[in-house]
Ligand binder design. Structure first.
Ligand code: TYM
Length: 320
């Protein structure tokens, strides 16, 4: 099965990125033909400094490798290194109804907040559709916030196929039950744009401090609490085994505990969970030639596939 997904290099990855998406990449690379990329063209809609974009792009590649993405099992590349995707974007753009893009949340939210949006942000879902369709992707592992974009992709593939004959493979989103929408430190969805993220890498002490500052309600300690409604519990569940999670849920229902204890448990569990990836990341930092080689090889393989699909689409619509 062809599995594909991408992550924007707009800063350091956070728990939401890992538990919603990256963890799936790693699991799915075992039995499938995985294509994973760093979406630098998408990041251009927010990162407007060349050196920063280059650094974030390289950082993201190291993050994915450190977390367990294996270049012998999956193809890892940088989006802009496959120009076929940008070319395919235009083909799709010509059949994209404006209304469809106006309903997409990234654009809608910015507009609602009165933030000026550019054409890149507006047409962002079309580039994303092209990312997916260019590799005949069947499964797209993502967090909940990307599901709408995959629906747009399916719409665009369907209308192209309808107009020009069967050309594109119809992809499907894949989300995980408990972590499709990981909450941030304030209980809203964890997101770089809400400044409520907990990073995977970085200074452990600083991260611990951020965890200790997670907002909680002010109900008395003795009150029994419903764990499912509490974002701190939802964060704990990401790391705890089934038994540990059950024990924590029972503690919530009994009451008589302090949120400080839970925060400490979250901090301890997360430190252990990411310890190995942290040391692998440090090794990669001193082996940048290897990282560049992985990305070069990945782009070469990706271009082969995308070139074939682009050719198919061009022939279908009369460009060749
Ligand atoms: P990005 O970079 O915002 O996020 C990368 C992945 O992390 C998931 N995610 C979350 N999952 C659970 N809980 C959260 N709080 C959370 N925050 C983020 C996202 O759903 C995503 O799967 N447009 C994409 C990048 C992209 C792409 C693609 C993805 C470009 N082309 C083609 C799939 C297929 C994005 O901005 O992801």
């Amino acid at each position: 099965m062809r599995v594909l997904s991408g992550i924007q290099p707009t800063g350091r990855p956070h728990w939401g990125n890992y538990f919603g998406a990256i963890r799936q990449y790693i699991e799915l690379q075992e039995e499938n033909d995985g294509f994973y990329f760093i979406a630098d063209l998408h990041a251009l809609t927010t990162v407007r400094e060349a050196e920063m974009l280059r650094q974030y792009t390289l950082d993201s590649a190291m993050d994915l490798l450190a977390l367990g993405l294996d270049p012998n099992k999956a193809t890892l590349f940088v989006q802009s290194q496959v120009p076929e995707v940008s070319e395919l974007t235009w083909l799709l753009m010509t059949g994209t109804p404006m209304g469809l893009l106006e309903r997409c949340h990234a654009y809608k939210e910015k507009k609602a907040k009165g933030i000026p949006a550019d054409a890149g942000l507006f047409t962002y879902p079309v580039l994303m559709a092209s990312d997916i369709l260019a590799y005949d992707s069947q499964v797209v592992p993502v967090g909940e916030d990307q599901v709408q974009h995959i629906e747009v992709c399916r719409d665009l593939a369907g209308s192209f196929n309808h107009a020009f004959g069967e050309t594109f493979v119809m992809p499907k989103a894949k989300t995980l039950d408990h972590s499709a929408k990981v909450p941030g430190t304030d209980g809203q969805k964890m997101s770089k744009s809400y400044s409520n993220t907990l990073p995977l890498f970085g200074d452990v002490k600083k991260i611990r401090k951020q965890i200790m500052r997670i907002t909680t309600d002010s109900r008395p300690m003795d009150d029994p609490k419903e764990p499912e409604d509490d974002h701190l519990f939802q964060l704990y569940r990401l790391f705890g085994s089934a038994e540990q999670t059950e024990a924590m849920a029972a503690m919530y229902r009994r009451g008589g505990f302090g949120y400080g204890e839970v925060k400490k448990a979250v901090a301890d569990a997360s430190e252990t969970y990411f310890a190995e990836a942290r040391s692998r990341r440090a090794e990669l930092e001193s082996n940048l030639d290897y990282v560049h080689e992985v990305l070069r090889n990945g782009a070469e393989r990706a271009r082969e596939v995308a070139g074939e699909v682009l050719g198919r689409a061009q022939r279908a619509c009369g460009l060749r």
